[in-house]
Ligand binder design. Structure first.
Ligand SMILES: NC(=O)c1ccc[n+]([C@@H]2O[C@H](COP(=O)([O-])OP(=O)(O)OC[C@H]3O[C@@H](n4cnc5c(N)ncnc54)[C@H](OP(=O)(O)O)[C@@H]3O)[C@@H](O)[C@H]2O)c1
Length: 249
């Protein structure tokens, strides 16, 4: 089976591609794509003979307009090439709560999901909570000098290793024509998790719980960022993830 990974050099993409050798092989080929979904370069060649496409591309800019344009253009070009090649399963990685929590990035992911549903290729959308690898970036984006202001809403980050393992598994299963939600094994207030992360990595910045603090510019409430219904949980908790990332550093 030929499986193409778009964004195979990224955080989740590289781990998804790397997860192939340890899994049952058969005639499966999990290839990095080497394509540009915005210009269309290499798309036709990459899709030839592909049964499954995993879209793990991300926008180089997170600015509201740029990110929306990225996911709309990339999604449209990719899905059109998949229709032409007869791809039988489109897998995409999205984010929990994008349709009930407002910010520019989430709006772009909603647009990506709508395109997937509209194109009619059998699909599975995996909505993940925030990656643990993203905690440092969240602290940076919420910092004012040495103070990091975060709302005390529930947060349930998942390790990229868990995400990649689930993505690889979902790609080999039958399309759900729907959404699967995944999250980390621990749920705690956002400010507590980021404070725990900063302490563990020796970052002296202080985290302050602020109910008025926004997430990527959007207002969030207690359950704005966590799954509301059933979600598959990753196996790697924060302590284990911190141990692994410190061992890798
Ligand atoms: N951050 C989170 O907490 C979170 C949570 C849930 C879901 N997600 C979603 O997970 C997905 C993967 O995120 P990530 O953090 O693994 O991304 P990442 O590390 O930023 O990697 C992005 C990938 O996209 C590729 N790419 C960028 N522009 C491209 C283009 N025009 N054509 C083809 N490929 C292109 C990059 O290739 P180059 O290396 O060649 O630039 C890279 O391989 C994203 O869709 C994101 O929305 C993120």
């Amino acid at each position: 089976m030929k499986i193409v990974v778009i964004g195979g050099t990224g955080l989740i993409g590289s781990k998804t591609v790397a997860s192939a050798p340890g899994r049952p092989r058969g005639r499966r080929r999990l290839a990095k794509s080497g394509v540009n979904t915005i210009t269309g370069e290499g798309l036709k060649e990459a899709m030839a003979g592909a049964q499954v496409v995993i879209d793990l591309a991300n926008s180089p800019s997170f600015e509201d307009k740029a990110v929306l344009e990225f996911f709309e253009t990339s999604g449209r070009n990719l899905l059109a090439a998949e229709v032409a090649a007869g791809v039988r399963h489109h897998v995409a990685l999205s984010i929990v709560a994008i349709d009930r929590t407002d910010n520019g990035y989430f709006r772009a992911k909603v647009a990506q999901e709508k395109l997937i549903e509209a194109f009619g290729i059998p699909y599975t959308i995996i909505r993940a909570t925030q990656f643990m690898e993203f905690l440092g970036g969240i602290a940076d984006s919420s910092a004012d000098g040495n103070i990091v202001r975060l709302p005390p809403v529930l947060f349930q980050p998942i390790a990229a290793d868990d995400v990649a393992a689930i993505v690889a598994e979902v790609a080999l299963a039958a399309p759900r024509n729907g959404i699967v939600e995944i999250a980390g094994p621990e749920r705690a207030p956002f400010n507590d998790i980021v404070a725990r992360y900063l302490k563990a990595v020796g970052d002296p910045r202080q985290v302050v719980s602020d109910p008025e603090a926004r997430y990527w510019g959007g207002r969030v409430e207690e359950r704005s960022l966590v799954p509301l219904g059933e979600a598959r949980l990753g196996r790697i908790g924060m302590d284990e993830w911190l141990r692994r990332s410190q061992a890798r550093a």
